[in-house]
Ligand binder design. Structure first.
Ligand SMILES: *Cc1c(COP(=O)(O)O)cnc(C)c1O
Length: 349
């Protein structure tokens, strides 16, 4: 189906014809150090942030492109993945008319953004082993269905969807397939970024909030064809990624060796936690995970959650999610924190 893919029949008409706001920094982009900038009504006295930031974050995108093996034209940056995902809704979904498909149990933000944009959210449950039900998903698809959200590794289950399943979805779903890879850096699987050239209907999102340790700066990354990226660029707020975030993100992207070391520590800790959790009587199942968290099924999630809380440890009770009855989601912490968690687990009755 991707062979017949036509981006311009999917995009909202008002977005296709929209002319983007042209900022002062858009009109003049050269950065000669001897230039005098009197075009944006800024305060000229230097303090590190007195100038508007680069609206296209060129330096940061160049570094991200080198790290992720793609071109700068295939990247859009946002104020967290949440902004990136919202821009995707606004580009493709006509409020009050269009629909999307999500595959619960999954990340709650897709549904919130659907409600916010007045877009119908059609939920197609994962199978009992937390894989997409591809035929049910295609059955739920109609001419209003613009987007499909795949979260792999999935939050809160932790598992990755098989390559075959994702490939089948990319080839059969007639709209845009968004693959949310917030946890990809913890997984052995290759990113779908490598497949952008083969699938014009593919959007991959990543974030600096998890493995890269920068949840506080809010940087979400969107990878897609340059046609999709230029559509999203038209509708993003001109200065959506602030100067402090751009600087801090650049440092961390260039410091990838350190990040990879931390990831290895967290993975080793996770293996250890998984093993120890399996030994406990009240733990019924430790689900396979490719992320920096573990979903466990216990005897009574509510009671166990409260026991943790009383001992000063906050975890996530996921029991109300479909297929997740009596489950808890535990993030992997520092080695010291994990030891505390295990000590508490061992004394719980
Ligand atoms: C944490 C998380 C994100 C990250 O969102 P940010 O807005 O970039 O912090 C995105 N998707 C999923 C599935 C997540 O769990």
């Amino acid at each position: 189906m991707s062979k017949q893919f036509n981006l311009y029949t999917l995009v909202r008409k008002n977005i296709a014809s929209l002319k983007a706001y042209s900022s002062a920094r858009d009109e003049y982009t050269a950065t000669g150090s001897d230039m005098i900038f009197l075009d944006a009504n800024e305060n000229p006295f230097e303090n590190g942030v007195n100038r508007y930031p680069d609206p296209y974050q060129r330096t940061l995108k160049k570094a991200i492109g080198e790290l992720k093996q793609c071109t700068e034209e295939q990247i859009l940056l946002g104020n967290g993945s949440d902004e990136v995902l919202d821009l995707i809704f606004r580009a493709f979904c006509e409020p009050g008319t269009d629909s999307i498909i999500t595959l619960p149990p999954t990340y709650g933000m897709y549904k919130v953004l659907a409600d916010l944009n007045d877009v119908k959210n059609k939920e197609v449950l994962l199978t009992h082993n937390f894989q997409p039900n591809v035929s049910a998903m295609l059955e739920a698809t109609d001419s209003t269905t613009k987007l499909l959200f795949i979260c792999s590794p999935n939050n809160p289950t932790g598992n990755s969807f098989t390559k075959e399943n994702i490939q089948e979805i990319l080839e059969s779903f007639p709209g845009i397939v968004v693959v949310d890879e917030a946890y990809i850096d913890f997984s052995k699987d290759k990113s779908w970024i490598t497949q952008l050239a083969n699938y014009p209907n593919l959007i991959v999102t990543q974030t600096l909030s998890k493995a890269y340790g920068m949840a506080g700066i809010r940087l979400g990354i969107c990878f897609a064809s340059k046609e999709i990226i230029s559509l999203l660029n038209k509708i993003k707020p001109p200065y959506n990624v602030n100067e402090l975030t751009q600087k801090k993100a650049l440092q961390q992207v260039l410091n990838d060796v350190e990040v990879q070391k931390q990831i290895q520590v967290l993975l080793n800790e996770r293996f250890y936690l998984e093993e120890e959790l399996r030994k406990l009587d009240f733990v019924k199942e430790v689900f396979k995970t490719d992320a920096n968290f573990i979903l466990v099924r216990v005897d009574n999630a509510e009671a166990r959650y409260n026991q943790f809380l009383e001992r000063g440890i906050v975890i996530r009770n996921r029991t109300t999610q479909p297929l997740c009855e009596n489950t808890l989601r535990i993030t992997v912490g520092t080695p010291e924190e994990n030891k505390k968690v295990l000590n508490i687990l061992k004394e719980l009755k």
